[in-house]
Design a binder for this molecule. Structure first.
Ligand code: ATP
Length: 417
């Protein structure tokens, strides 16, 4: 394809403050005799007409020094990673990453790459797919010029996800998950030879650390409809590499759709998706998966609680349970685990009981305090807790509705002793 200049498209599609920032950054780079490019997702999405303002800037030369020079004029907050030669600038609601252009080589499959400074062409050559391996120059003399050495624009037109070279998946098998993620998000197809190599390299996922796989799964679960990515991963045998007992079927799609209806903020929504993905595992399978992915404690607790509540579905499915019984069965788990079960339970009655607990029962408390009980003559210590529990149950089951009613129960209780 002929070289094109996208300065007009940039101006039409990106907010004016981002355009001004990119131009200023280009001028600052020019002054320092560096070349500056915007790369990756923003370029891809610009050409697709999708909104993306997460700028990744690549600098030929020292990215950190350039970022500092720009930060000073913008009053932006700079965070620097000297080891990686990267910096991040934040101001207002904007965030921009600066990376030093680099070349990467892989000593062995799955290992982290060896890195050395390079030119923009090296930096694009280390990327995952042709559609992500394009850059737009920001220096004033070349502002808007597209660099597309691998035919990314052509693949955007053909709606194809294509790797840059044969060893791409064996160098870094996380690209398998990434290919699926973009294919399903953009409604593209993985190009046939790429697909063949992807399948061949599924075994290489074992060479990747659980941390990196977890990161890819987290990205999948942040997609708009992650059930699509998971179904594709299921069809290709990639999901089985995560754990052979995981399933991405109609049930999963229906429960994920129900999650979206809750309109939860992140990370609650992703966690709920994960809980439902793991809902049909048994305890031992869940343990294996959690260990492999090295899930953080809070997430692990949600998943364990989800299975603990699921274990009680049969009891919760009995119609007409007294509220105090529901309370006892469901007290006390992580909030997300209730929602996962109210969506996932195969019994409507059980789901209703869970919702009742979540929305009403868990907030029910006796009006009398421990101090009040002491004044009424209940002996200090475990007995107080016992009586408070009795009062709560009486409230839950509608046997008492006033403070005086509670006092009456306490007096009777003391007498009965
Ligand atoms: P999005 O954020 O919309 O998913 P993105 O393209 O911004 O897309 P990031 O995960 O932020 O995705 O990565 C930024 C860029 O870094 C990608 O466009 C890609 O070029 C490159 N990249 C990320 N991960 C890899 C990888 N494992 N191998 C090669 N290149 C990668």
């Amino acid at each position: 394809m002929a070289n094109i200049n996208l300065s007009k498209l940039l101006g039409e599609q990106l907010p004016v403050d981002i355009i001004n920032f990119m131009k200023k950054a280009g001028e600052a780079a020019e002054k320092r005799q560096q070349r500056l490019y915007v790369v990756g997702g923003v370029v891809r999405d610009l050409l697709l007409g999708r909104c993306n303002t997460d700028l990744d800037l690549v600098v030929e030369g020292d990215a950190i020094k350039l970022a500092h020079a720009i930060a000073a004029s913008k009053k932006a907050k700079a965070t620097v990673h000297t080891r990686f030669g990267t910096a991040n600038l934040k101001w207002a609601n904007r965030s921009v990453d600066f990376i030093t252009a680099r070349a990467e080589t892989y000593a062995r499959p799955g290992a982290l790459p060896t890195v050395r400074p390079g030119a923009i062409s090296d930096d694009l050559a280390r990327r995952d797919f042709t559609v992500n391996a394009m850059a737009i120059e920001l220096n004033p003399r070349h502002y808007g010029e597209v660099i597309d050495p691998f035919g990314g624009r052509q693949d955007l037109d053909k709606k194809l996800i294509r790797i840059l070279h044969k060893k791409s998946f064996s160098d870094d098998a996380t690209r398998i998950w990434r290919a699926i993620r973009y294919e399903q998000r953009l409604d593209f197809k993985i190009e046939p030879e790429t697909l063949r190599l992807l399948k061949w390299n599924i075994k290489m996922l074992k060479a990747v650390s659980g941390d990196r796989i977890r990161h890819e799964l987290e990205l999948v679960l942040k997609e708009e409809t992650p059930e699509k990515q998971l179904a594709r991963a299921g069809g290709l045998g990639v999901l089985a590499a995560l754990h052979p007992a995981l399933k991405a079927d109609d049930w999963l799609a229906e429960t994920f759709a129900a999650v979206r209806e809750k309109n939860l903020p992140e990370p609650a929504q992703s966690r709920l998706y994960l809980a439902l993905l793991c809902y049909r595992l048994n305890e031992a399978e869940l343990e294996q998966l959690m260990k492999y992915l090295r899930l953080p404690k809070t997430t692990a607790q949600v998943l364990q609680d989800t299975l603990a509540i699921k274990d009680k579905t049969k009891e919760l499915a009995a119609p007409g349970l007294a509220p105090s019984v529901v309370y006892r069965l469901l007290h006390v788990y992580n909030a997300a685990a209730y929602i996962a079960n109210s969506i996932g339970a195969d019994s409507e009655t059980a789901a209703e009981h869970i919702e009742l607990y979540l929305n009403v029962l868990r907030h029910v408390k006796p009006a009398l305090s421990g101090k009040d009980l002491e004044k009424l003559g209940v002996t200090r210590g475990p007995r107080i807790k016992e009586v408070l529990q009795k009062l709560r149950e009486a409230r839950l089951d509608g046997k008492v509705a006033s403070k005086e009613g509670e006092r009456e129960i306490v007096r009777k209780h003391i007498k009965s002793l």
